[in-house]
Ligand binder design. Structure first.
Ligand code: HPA
Length: 265
């Protein structure tokens, strides 16, 4: 695993990012905002996983947002690709090793709230892991017992909200529920998710947040809403719809994150 960190350190030289950002599909707008980008395909980085999902780029982008050096993971590997909740372990551990302190995780998600339509952006305030899996299964030390009470960092979350306020972009706040996918939920599962207190559903992020906390990274996360949950409208769900709708909220979320990070100082 140190091979990946060694490779990046050689490529990036003295560049030392404090922020890492995991970009879900449709969030390319944030990559465009990076000044002097260095783009490195995952396939060139030792031990990095390559996603098989259309719409997921699979490259690491290092550069600056304002004066702040950042590194972005543009594209992720999902649990449902191989049934491996640990799929993002090497990229996240590598970020930690090259000096990242704070991780911002983004995704696209289905809304469970009638008043939060597609195009909305929701800060993830907490989550429900519903896949039955966990990336730390198999870790053989007491470090595996990671506390999740403060998984989403209060200070980072506040900065995200302040950035949204400054830009007058509405930012929802809610609970994200992780389903394994890759099939979408049934209407009955969506009714259940609403009853147990979720505001959005999706197929990613939660294992990454658990891994990030395991590695001692501070975490904030946000969803762009691409659709209402199954059964909330008459429509069938599709990956095409997710890809088509993600850029709408994606532009808003990119603006918020840029404001949040570039205004740091
Ligand atoms: N369910 C699960 N994952 C998703 C959805 C959804 O409705 N929309 C985008 N990702």
């Amino acid at each position: 695993m140190t091979a990946a960190a060694d490779y990046l350190q050689e490529k990036l030289g003295a560049f030392s990012p404090r922020y890492g950002i995991v970009l879900g599909s449709g969030l390319g707008a944030l990559v465009e905002a990076v000044a002097e980008p260095i783009r490195i395909p995952y396939r060139d980085i030792p031990d990095f996983p390559v996603s098989s999902v259309s719409g997921h780029a699979g490259e690491l982008v290092a550069g600056k947002l304002g004066d702040e050096p950042v590194v972005m993971l543009s594209g992720r590997v999902h649990y449902y690709e191989r049934g491996d909740a640990n799929a993002m372990r090497v990229p996240l551990e590598t970020l930690k090793r090259i000096g990242v302190e704070s991780l911002i995780v983004t995704n696209s998600a289905g809304s469970l709230r009638e008043d939060m339509p597609p195009g909305s952006v929701m800060r993830i305030a907490d989550h429900i892991a519903f896949s039955g899996s966990n990336p730390l299964i198999g870790v053989e030390s007491d470090n595996r017992f990671v506390g999740m009470t403060n998984a989403y960092d209060a200070a980072l979350s506040e900065r995200m909200e302040e950035a949204a306020d400054r830009l007058s972009i509405p930012l929802w706040r809610g609970v994200y529920m992780w389903f394994s996918g890759p099939s979408f939920e049934t209407p009955a599962e969506i009714r259940m998710a609403r009853i147990v207190g979720a505001d959005a559903v999706g197929m990613s992020t939660v294992p990454e947040v658990i891994l990030a906390r395991f590695f001692g990274l501070r975490v904030a996360a946000a969803s762009v809403i691409t659709n209402f949950g199954a059964g909330m409208t008459g429509a069938e769900l599709s990956h095409e719809e997710t890809k088509e709708m993600a850029p709408l909220g994606g532009e808003r979320l990119a603006a918020i994150l840029r404001e949040m990070i570039a205004s740091e100082g």
